[in-house]
Write a protein that binds this ligand. Sequence first.
Ligand code: NAD
Length: 493
Amino acid sequence: MTVSAQQEKELLERVPTGLLINGEWVEASSGKTLPVYDPATGKELLRIQDGNSDDALKALTAADEVQAEWAQTAPRERAEILRRAFDLVHERAEDFALLMTLEMGKPLAESRGEVTYGGEFLRWFSEETVRHYGRFADTPEGKLTMIVRHKPVGPSLLITPWNFPLAMATRKVAPAVAAGATIVLKPAQLTPLTSQYFAQTMIDAGLPAGVLNVVSGSSASAISGPLMKDRRLRKVSFTGSTPVGRRLLADASENVLRTSMELGGNAPFIVFDDADLDAAVEGAMGAKLRNMGEACTAANRILVQESVADEFNKKFAEAMRARKIGRGTQSDADVGPIIDEGARENVHGLVTEAIDAGAEVLTGGNKVEGEGYFYEPTVLSVQENSPILTQEIFGPVAPIVQFKDEAQAIRLANASEYGLAAYMYTQNHNRALRVADQIEFGLVGFNAGVISNAAAPFGGVKHSGMGREGGAEGIEEYTSVQYIGMPNPYTVD
Ligand code: NAD
């Protein structure tokens, strides 16, 4: 059912509009507000407080003051807060889904999928909290006994992007809470409303004041800058573009901060001649069109083996053409808008440049006239030197390149500065594992187009970043290891 204007209004009235500092929603010291827009209409949805450097420092003070006490809480207590938050996110699932659709644009069905995916980090890390073991062992020569412990890393700055407003927040907040670290969360300025609502949900789940502080604002660097220099901060976890990640890494080096960097991607999607082509088309639709292509894991370079290229291209272009474009609140919309006009111009620029370089348009290729920032699902047949293959597209545009053999597919897949996600379709399991071994990517989908999961370690290599979120690895990003050595009580008097 299409959502009514009244439902939208009632939900927006329930979103906290302040900055969350030490458990209170407060006004920004600037006295300014930050407008948040609906990319499907271009209209303002709501204004929230526009935080700046002073507010950021107040948030860090709050996080620092409760860090020691929070570190001492029983793992079970932290686990139960996360578990209650998981239940509350599900009770409020429709609110979260609609908020994401309103501020980010994705169709409601996809937003609901993100509630499920994002919520799972709360459940997963509630379980990990009480199973986060250290080590106790004798040293090899037997003289010492060692205790290896995991302590909370300390106050952490978490910076999230706009494309997955709930999941990018839960993927960082849940492991930080599990590990006993305190938090200053800086949501993307384009989509802060979901984070505001999520932070209230964490408070409702019983998170003590000061553990999670949220500072949104129009200038990201005004918020992160002073925190990155402050000796009280111990960690920065960033998800966003590689250029911003590089800058933050440079800043982090000055203060010797622990870092987790989830950066850009340029995923290859390889279709071998023995693939089940219908399954490959379906997988490519998921890997390309989920989130309107605005995902770091989005298939941006579809590589198809020559002998099956005509059939694959035809079926894939037909499937892309059949998708219905519309505001995400409409029940029949499959493809929502691009996040803003600048981003849409960027996508169109990449398409135009590819066409000038010789690309053949199999479907799409145009902006959609009218309100909002919609773009047609687009399939291009390109040569391997096409400029569009070298950049993150972040839109519903799929360039296809043909290859002759496995060696060429591997070479093309690796011909990128990025190394986040890669996909391949083949019925030959040996080949799948052999290719996975030779491609430089942190995530590999084998006969699967969407593989993100709270239980799996998510992260990239090369310029896609460092560190992992989710899985058993996710909690380690928020702990520091302490080794205690003592005379071996069993062998030394
Ligand atoms: P972005 O880098 O522009 O912004 C990300 C966040 O960083 C936002 O909160 C933004 O306000 C903040 N930011 C921007 N400039 C900053 C600065 N100078 N100092 C501190 N913070 C700053 O990215 P985006 O456009 O929001 O998101 C899209 C990018 O995120 C794409 O490159 C995508 O691949 C990447 N991404 C990666 C992952 C992953 O897990 N690897 C997941 C989602 C998105």
